[in-house]
Design a binder for this molecule. Sequence first.
Ligand code: MN
Length: 232
Amino acid sequence: MTSYVITPAPVVSVPIVGSDALFPVHRIYCVGRNYAEHAQEMGHSGREPPFFFMKPADAVVVCLPDRITGLPYPSLTTNLHHEIELVVAIGQGGKNIPVDDALRHIFGYAVGLDMTRRDLQNDMKKQGRPWCIGKGFDHSAPIGQITPASVVPDIAQADIGLQVNGAPRQHGQISQLIWNVAETIAQLSAAWELQAGDLIYTGTPAGVGAVVANDVLHGSITGLAPITCQVV
Ligand code: MN
């Protein structure tokens, strides 16, 4: 039997709609500026090639649909932003996956939040430094239950939205993605070999903004399990 000098970290996992089995998380990839209006609100435009950043797998915060999940306000920031996103869960890995073949690599879909320390991200951008401190912090990747792709009729036709304290903040359609899900998988798999267990946060529509302690965030995508978090 293998022995370790310290106790290994537990496997990070996400529950699945209609199953007691869990989805074990390998890596978390995120796409930047993948909706035109959000790219514009961040000072960019056009269909630039997609770019990617990562969060650690243990940044996941599982949000079950029937309860309010506490989301700790992170350190070092006074400008914590919400970004509601469609999350793609990879069921079969691969590299250089063609667009036409990409959808069969998907296990399922979930609602996620790419929480962002915007002040720190902006500082890093200005200095040409990595975004890790702005994007890859603890508890920065809330996610709802994963719905298997086999029971999602057409994710491209889904609406995506976020309310804060009951008021609409972000709204869009998955069809507005600059790089759609298949194209994103193709591009990403040219840069990294995708593995079963990878999660892809596909980008956020316009309307990002700050939240403060006690705010309640409710995120939804048509056909998927919604999430509700409260900043604590
Ligand atoms: Mn994002």
